[in-house]
Every structure is written in C-alpha cells, then in structure tokens.
Design a binder for this molecule. Structure first.
Ligand code: TXA
Ligand code: MG
Length: 317
C-alpha cells in the first residue's frame, strides 16, 4: 500500500519513475498510469495496479518525433503527415516496433501504439527522462477513464505513490488510434482527432476498423467505459416516460432538464468539443448520485461527436 500523494512536482515524478515506480500523469485526453516502458517490472506493475488483462497492450508516450523514431521500424508517409498536423495531440500511431520495445508493452504484438501527448507538465517530464512511458488510462480496468487527478485518486488510492496534477483534461476522450497498411490509413479507435480531420490531412478516405472483442485492439471490449449504475442511451423523452417510476440521472447533450432530476447538460450551446470534455465527469457524477439508472442521449454523429457516441455505446448495460 502507498500513501498516494497528489502534486505538481515534475522532478519527484521523474525520480519515482526512474526507481521503477508508477506515477499517474496528466494528458490532454485522459490521465495515464505511467511506468518506465523499458523496465518490464514497472510495466508488470501497471497491469497489476489497474487489474488489466495481460493481453491488452499499452500505449508508449514520448516527448517528440525524434524520441518516437527510436522505438519504431519505419514511419509511413501518411503517418508523417498526421504527426506534422496533430502531434503533440490526441492521436496514437500503430507502427512496427523495434527491439527496444519489450514484448510486455505490446502484449506480444509486433506493432507498438505510440503517441506524443500534449500537456506541458507531461511533456516536461518526458523530455527529462531517458526512457518512454508506457501508460494506459489511469482507471481500474473497465471503469470510466479519469479526466482529473481526483478521479485518478478515487480509483487508484493506495495503489500508486504519486499523481502529477495537471488539472482537468481538456479533450476529455482518449486518443484516436490509427494504423497503416499498404497505403491505407485505418482508424482502430475513435477519439480526440476526428475522421474528418484525418481525411483532410491525408487527402483520402480512411478505413474504420473498430473491433470490440479481440484482434487488433483488444482493449476495445464493449464494457470498457462502464458506470456501476445501469446506463441506457436513446431518445430522452421516451426513456424518461418508460422509466417514470424509477429514480433516474440524466446526461443530455444540450437540452435543459428539470431541476428535480439529477442531471448534467454536456453543452448548452450544442458544442461537441465541450460535450466531449464533460462526458466522463458527467458519467462519474451521475454514477455517484442516488439514482437507479442513468439515461443519456446520442449526440450528432459527426466530428468528435462520433467518438462521444462510441463511448456512450460502449457504456450501455
Ligand atoms: O488518450 C489515450 O490514448 C490515453 C492516454 C493516457 O494516453 N491512453 C489510453 O490507453 O487510452 P488505454 O490503455 O486505456 O487504451 C489503449 C488502447 C487499448 O484499446 C489497446 O488495446 C490499444 O490501445 N493498443 C495499445 N497497444 C496496442 C498494440 N500494440 N496493438 C493494438 N492495439 C493496441
Ligand atoms: Mg482505457
């Protein structure tokens, strides 16, 4: 057991990581649970602290393209273009790994998922380290990803020594994962960079290949973003009528809800980026209310709205 501390001491985070300890780190997407990616003991601790299945590989975090080049075999032209446009930022590249990347990080795969996060504290930390950080989202496996240091503490208190506090994550959804195959760009997970943004940069349509139950990205299991309370998504007016005798909590996109019902409006001005940044905190808040179930509605299926709908779909149970 650790006495988990929250603070803004980058040097302390660095020293703990150098000793093989884990530190939760802020990113623009969600908080990560980081360890030295080149130290298999540290990586083993990540799986243990999260209770994460060993077959679900981890994302490697680096400070810049030069560091990224040290861990991958080759970078396709489309990937270079995407890096120029979006990194540092909420996008992860699935590339051929080289010998420096331990198999525990990739769960035995020849591909490594690698990204340059866009958060000043974490970039400062990564720049000061001589190794990349392996980091999944800093939540117990299966629960909603954390977008603040307090969320991390709620899930991992006692399991890690330090949480580097970088405030609220401003994107609020995980990174988009893209792979490359024979000139094709394949999106494996919808996230902070939209399909439209990617297609504009590469000048051709992407292929979307989102698997929920194993192959390319095993972590895409459906129950990945589950609240403890039952979670139902659909037309709010019909859902409210159908569950009129239940105590419900409501997550609406932009419509105002009655004051007597616990609720969160994701963006009263109907802004998808704002809605994305509030979704996970809203799910946690409704989960903590005295309600029997949580009702939510779909958002417009465009831009980052597609990633929001993806997380809503996976939270349903
Ligand atoms: O925004 C993010 O990506 C956050 C922050 C912390 O960087 N990280 C994150 O990690 O969401 P995690 O572990 O919750 O999700 C990583 C996803 C999983 O679905 C995993 O299966 C997939 O990436 N992944 C990682 N390495 C992979 C690999 N070598 N091949 C295929 N999928 C991989
Ligand atoms: Mg996760």
């Amino acid at each position: 057991m650790y006495q988990t501390e929250i603070g803004i001491d980058v040097l302390k985070a660095k020293q703990l990581l150098e000793k093989g300890e884990l530190v939760a780190i802020p990113t623009e997407t969600v908080y990560g649970l980081a360890g030295n990616a080149l130290d298999s003991h540290a990586v083993a601790k990540i799986y243990e602290a999260k209770n994460r299945p060993q077959f679900n590989p981890l994302i490697l975090h680096v400070a810049n393209q030069e560091q990224l080049n040290r861990y991958v075999e080759n970078v396709p032209d489309d990937c270079r273009k995407l890096m120029e446009a979006f990194s540092p930022g909420p996008i992860t590249y699935l590339l051929d790994k080289n010998l420096h990347v331990p198999d525990v990080v990739t769960a035995g795969s020849k591909k490594v998922a690698i990204r340059i996060p866009n958060h000043p504290l974490t970039l400062q930390l990564l720049n000061s380290l001589r190794f990349p950080l392996a980091a999944p989202s800093a939540n117990p496996s299966g629960y909603v990803s954390p977008v603040s240091a307090e969320h991390v503490l709620q899930g991992l208190q006692g399991r890690i020594p330090y949480i580097l506090n970088g405030g609220k994550a401003n994107i609020g959804l995980e990174s988009t994962i893209v792979g490359f195959n024979n000139g094709e760009v394949i999106v494996h997970r919808l996230g902070g960079i939209s399909i439209e943004q990617i297609e504009k940069v590469i000048g051709k349509p992407v292929k979307i290949l989102i698997t929920h139950d194993a192959p390319e990205t095993p972590g895409q299991m459906k129950s990945h973003y589950a609240t403890k309370k039952n979670f139902i998504v659909g037309d709010l007016e019909s859902l409210k009528a159908a569950f009129a005798e239940k105590k419900v909590g409501i997550i609406s996109f932009s419509t105002i809800q009655s004051e007597d019902t616990p609720h969160v409006v994701l963006s009263s001005k109907g802004d998808l980026a704002e809605a994305a940044s509030k979704l996970f905190a809203a799910m946690r808040e409704m989960d903590s209310q005295n309600v029997d179930l949580i009702l939510a509605e779909w958002v417009p299926d465009q831009g980052i709205g597609r990633a929001i709908n993806d997380r809503l779909r996976r939270a349903i149970h």
